[in-house]
Design a protein around this ligand. Structure first.
Ligand SMILES: [Zn+2]
Length: 74
């Protein structure tokens, strides 16, 4: 994973204002993975597939999954 940016004092999915880091990665199938890791431990992970489908998963710092969804390309 390559860190592509960081931010300060953003509202994490768990509701706290924390700093965080954004990562981006591509594998050989051209699937893009974007991951945001918040200072409190919350995580947001998004996979974008070459057909345009996007899957998104947001996990709170206590491990509870808040969002787990699949968005199909129009
Ligand atoms: Zn959190």
């Amino acid at each position: 994973m390559n860190a592509i940016g960081s931010f300060k004092a953003q509202k994490a999915p768990g509701g706290r204002l924390v700093d965080g880091v954004e990562y981006e990665d591509r594998d050989e199938e051209c699937v893009v993975t974007q991951e945001i890791v918040y200072g409190c431990g919350c995580q947001s992970i998004q996979h974008e597939y070459h057909d345009g489908t996007v899957s998104r998963r947001i996990v709170r710092h206590d491990g509870r999954v808040l969002v787990d969804e699949m968005l199909w390309a129009e």
